[in-house]
Design a protein around this ligand. Sequence first.
Ligand code: SF4
Ligand code: SF4
Length: 94
Amino acid sequence: MAVKITDICIACGACIDECPVEAIVDDDDNPTGEDIYYVYADKCVECVGHHDEPACASACPTEGCIVWDAPFEGQPSREEIGEDMRKGDTPCVE
Ligand code: SF4
Ligand code: SF4
């Protein structure tokens, strides 16, 4: 469970101080070497227990720069949908 910063990031710095668990580092400290900010997946808690939604994404001025998996409640995951289809009684045609 973690958000991810994509290469749309303009390194504006708006998100870094919003993070309650200091999971975000700036482009200078990005371990991938890219010129964008970076979220440590092992630190990010998606703001659960701190905010109703990821604070970094709320602060980010760039649409779609910070992404995460947020399925609707009760919505089956893509894996589950695939699993159900595989379980179907489709006769084997040879
Ligand atoms: S979602 Fe919350 S915990 Fe995760 S990086 Fe953004 S501000 Fe930090
Ligand atoms: S607020 Fe958005 S654009 Fe600005 S540094 Fe953070 S992720 Fe990048």
